[in-house]
Design a protein around this ligand. Sequence first.
Ligand code: PBG
Length: 305
Amino acid sequence: MVRETRLSARSLVYPLFVCPGSKVKDEISSMPGNYRWSVDLLAEEGKRAHDLGIPAVILFGIPESKDDVGSGAYDPDGIVQRAVRALKKAVPGLLVICDVCLDEYTSHGHCGLIKNEEVDNDSTLELLAKTALTQVRAGADIVAPSDMMDGRVGRIRSELDARGFTNVPILAYSAKYASAFYGPFREAADSAPKFGDRKSYQMDPANQREALREIALDVEEGADIIMIKPALPYLDIIALARRQFDVPIAAYQVSGEFALIEAGARLGWIDRERIMMETLLSLRRAGADIILTYFAKDAARLLGC
Ligand code: PBG
């Protein structure tokens, strides 16, 4: 009765990787228990998650081929667009969120177009808007831009509104840090930048006030939900954002956070279940409403519906 914070499967979002082919279930070596799924098997995994009481999944695509403009991201018949259609058909009650970003689709691995060896913010916005539109047309319930280009929330909002999708919310990765915790994800999506790093668009881990500025800009541009990423090393940002903004807040417990706990558990040095639940609960205590986590299914199993 006196507990101040509660964790429930209803706050969890399960990240899923989708790849070409059929009957593919390919385990990601640094993320045990997480797989690259082909579209056919993905729908079954979505159903299992939904049956455990998890309301939503977020999709990441691994395309057949990559090019320097990331055209697989906005192909109306691209890997994620096909996956959304299959998921919505197989599990209509499951909320499908699509990550909007080019890095999984570009040959150079950056989140935007390259001009003069730099990521060009403004020309990238057009492609992000196109990506979001094709995802929504395929049936996505929410779009989640993760690229950290300036102005992308506003550009995507106006695109969706102009095409009649005024009711589709935007979950903005507002405070996304240039973090080493994304390592296993980049292995999973083969999306590590081939030159340079993401520090010109992602945030410096040393900065707190800048995160609040980034969030304020996204909210002004029309973000419906804001996200902070990674999660555990940035609890201060979540707590500050909670005090300053009244929109729902999502926290992304990223691949490296997951991998650390899994590795510690495999060595027998920590109690996997207790640490999993304690970290998730701490994100709620800091102020997150929604948690994206690779532990979603295991946590939901322990929590019950
Ligand atoms: C970018 C994106 C990244 C993650 C989610 N969206 C990687 C990056 O910036 O390199 C990382 C998620 C994770 O580590 O779990 N599309």
